[in-house]
Design a protein around this ligand. Sequence first.
Ligand code: ADP
Length: 478
Amino acid sequence: MLSLIVSVVTAATLVVVMLGTRLGFWVALPDDAVFVLIIALIGGGMAGLVFWLLAGCVHDGDLNKLIRHVESFSRADSANPPYRPNIWVRPLVDAVDRCLGTFRQRVDSLQAQRRELEIQARIADAERQHVEAILHSIADAVIVTDAFNELAIANDAAARVLDFDLTDARHRPVDRVVPDSKLVKLIKDTRESGNRMNRRHVEHRVEADGRTDYYDVTLNCVTNQQEEVAGVVTILHDVTKEREISEMKSDFVSSVSHELRTPLSSIKAYVEMLVDGEANDEQTRTEFYNIIQSETNRLSRLIDNILNISRIESGIVKINREHISLPAVIKEVIDVMLPQAHAKQIELIARETPLFYQVYADKDMVYQAVLNLVGNAIKYTPVGGSVSLDTEVDDHQRVVTVNVSDTGVGIPADAVPHLFQKFYRVAVHKKIAKGTGLGLNLVKHIVETVHGGEVSVASEVGKGSTFSFSLPISDGTL
Ligand code: ADP
């Protein structure tokens, strides 16, 4: 404003000086002085004008507007009134606008990229959790190590089988986490062999709590896009049970073939002697007939055991239930087994219960269960021992229990839990007698699967065993 006043006053003074000169007011003054005065006035006026113009282009109000305009970009304030700069600052404002426009585009694109990355991170996180959930639900032990031999991920089964704590295991060197040095070496070797050996199968033993478990270990070398080793996936599949079953099966096949061959050879031999007329007298013939009969019974018992187990297991067994008296069944079994007991000078005793209850059961099956228990008792009792049978009634539980006790070799405590498994035979008993490991499994099936009863055993090595089974009392009390 001041510069404008200066310009106007200078212009007015100039006009006055020029008019005065023209009218001869300044005759006293020399021409040069008037000329200098005029030039000074023109210069001062122009300087005032230029100063006014420059001051006018960037005065405080404009600066504040410009600052607000720039700030509105940073706030993305659409409510801000549009800014109309004057002609002097417009190029500057345009340049700033262009710059800010480019800047805003970059910010928008970076924000879009950030949103995209956030979504991808969430998807990756969900996928990781999904993979972890799958890993933890797998029964096989799984360990994943990275290119630096550090544990990247492992499941609960791995922690249990290899005995390490999963909570602080991640990103630690695998040899500090997994105590099994042989397995750690396998992992390291697989990583070092890289692409040369993509997948390895190794049988591995894990010793823990005094027992040995067998694992089928698969080691898989994982490579990245540049074909560099990114890590190793190790899977341990427990094959202990399968090994046991396959051992039991091969034992079973050799036992069954022996069990079948022995009575068959004996029957064949006695029949041939009878055909050849080698049994001259009636007494010898009767003796031969008895042997043939007993060997045939042995054969049929073995075949019955095998068939009955498979029938019960496949659910196609026909059950004929009736009200039966257990002491009567016991008596029948004793009659059949007496010759076998006498052959070993074993006393076979039935302690009769005067008052007894009936059970609603399949008589043939219960007979088979008692027969198997008595057969075992005689088989695993040394010459001169005794086998006794009795029944007891539990009125409260409403069950009748049959006990078969012997004074035999007894059973080691660690074998007891396995006795009723199919094909199981106590190792030390294999030398004492031949067998198939099916008899007790059939007893368990008959009592528990078919009749809803219960089997149990109490035994002491060197003293003897008592096998018991209970069946629910039927309503038809005698
Ligand atoms: P097996 O044909 O071998 O006798 P079982 O299933 O009847 O098959 O019995 C399984 C195992 O249990 C036998 O091999 C034996 O080791 C043990 N066992 C069964 N009964 C007796 C018993 N009374 N005394 C000692 N051991 C027994």
